[in-house]
Design a protein around this ligand. Structure first.
Ligand code: NDP
Length: 388
């Protein structure tokens, strides 16, 4: 009789990043239940090789093909296959031993490999929110047709997912996404004109990759999360509320039709939502630091300032408009953040780039995948060319 391996095979797309390395910390502590089948990186060959030698995956991918020789040389004698290029991401997720794919790469680059994994009937642990922002309707439709689960990794969406456990028969009245407010909470639009890159890269509560850190400072991250929530939980935009909660302890809430609100709380540590997504539906025992109310006697809540943090309003508007609007917004934002990190734009000029792209790319109500990718490409061009 064929032996069934009780351990779940995980493919980590973006294993060298902030979420990827924390996922490996989780797997290191849960070796009987989880093992690594695939690891991937964009350019960081050194860390990818080091991770592969420790976790012994079946295969690795380095997107930057110029580094493939170095990776192959280091891993060949250990029986670990190595591939190069973005297309390889779409192929490795289909491998037989993979049962769940953690999408921890940045930006719209996550879309094609995620679709490929869904079509191969692999469950998804979704950190890459941009995938749902760009093509939420298509991705969730394909996931439903394939009969697979999309387990959110974003702490807010994981919180909502956890609140919904056991509530299948109870419709959601509202989801409440909490936001830390980032390093510039309380600043006016004029004050935001003067903030620096170094200040924007210092998040008060979370240690994350550079793109999401800038998105958090501009509250674009919350905007992307609002659109992500719409697709994950099948709610309308007017059922989503953002509440600023600077302590990042209440990770998010669901309000049901009887008015009751369920919330999930914990210390700000991504390892818990990562572990919940990889171990779902089990809650795996761990040694993570525990939260105590006595250490956090003051939990506060505020309204977001949509005038100062215009990106959040733009995301609500794009989510409401639907079609290709969120894809345009997301692509322009990826370019704007890159330009801000290269000192080509000031902080508030990123918003002007988004408004420019949204005004320039034609709106489509029901775009196909190809249509969305074309809108993404066009928005990138508009956002790169524009001088605010
Ligand atoms: P990082 O920048 O820390 O890591 C990104 C990872 O993806 C790296 O492994 C990087 O490889 C790889 N990568 C980057 N660009 C590409 C590309 N074009 N194609 C293939 N691989 C690529 O990002 P984070 O871990 O912070 O974020 C990952 C995703 O998770 C994002 O969508 C983010 O919004 C989301 N997320 C992150 C959270 C966090 O706490 N960090 C919280 C919630 C969601 P290399 O190292 O070689 O560059």
């Amino acid at each position: 009789m064929k032996q069934v391996n009780p351990s779940r095979g995980v493919a980590i797309l973006g294993s060298t990043g902030s979420i990827g390395t924390q996922a490996l910390d989780v797997i290191r502590e849960q070796r009987e239940l989880l093992h690594v089948e695939v690891l991937t990186a964009n350019r960081n060959a050194t860390l990818l090789i080091q991770q592969a030698l420790e976790f012994r995956p079946n295969a690795v991918v380095i997107v930057d093909s110029t580094k493939l020789g170095e990776v192959k040389d280091a891993l060949f004698s250990h029986g670990i296959k190595a591939y190069g290029g973005a297309k390889a991401l779409e192929q490795v997720v289909e491998m037989e031993g993979v049962s769940i794919v953690l999408t921890a790469l940045v930006g719209a680059a996550g879309l094609r490999p995620t679709l490929s994994a869904i079509r191969a009937k692999k469950n998804i642990a979704l950190a890459n929110k941009e995938t749902l922002v760009v093509a939420g309707a298509l991705v969730m439709k394909e996931a439903l047709a394939a009969g697979i689960d999309v387990h959110p990794v974003d702490s807010e969406h994981s919180a909502i997912y956890q609140c919904l456990a056991g509530e299948v028969l109870n419709p959601i009245e509202k989801v409440i996404l909490t936001a830390s407010g980032g390093p510039f909470r309380g600043k006016t639009r004029d004050e935001l004109m003067l903030v620096t890159k170094a200040q924007a890269l210092k998040h008060p509560n979370w240690d994350m990759g550079p793109k999401i850190t800038i998105d958090s400072a501009s509250m674009m991250n919350k905007g992307l999360e609002v659109i992500e929530a719409k697709w994950l939980f099948n709610v309308r935009m007017d059922q989503i509320e953002v509440v600023v909660h600077p302590q990042s302890i209440v990770h998010s809430c669901v309000q049901f039709e009887d008015g009751s609100i369920k919330a999930q709380l914990g210390l700000p540590d991504m390892k818990l939502p990562i572990q919940y997504a990889l171990g779902y539906p089990k809650r795996l025992k761990n040694n993570f630091q525990r939260f105590s109310f006595f250490d956090h006697p003051e939990l506060t809540f505020e309204k977001p300032d949509l005038d100062a943090f215009r990106n959040l309003q733009l995301a609500f508007d794009a989510g409401d408009k639907g079609g290709n609007a969120p894809a345009i917004l997301n692509a322009a934002n990826e370019v704007a953040v890159e330009r801000f990190l290269k000192d080509e734009l000031r902080f508030t000029e990123m918003t002007k780039v988004l408004e420019h792209a949204l005004g320039q790319v034609d709106w489509e109500k029901q775009p196909s995948l190809e249509g969305l990718i074309a809108s993404d490409e066009e928005a990138r061009v508009k956002a790169s060319e524009f001088t605010p």
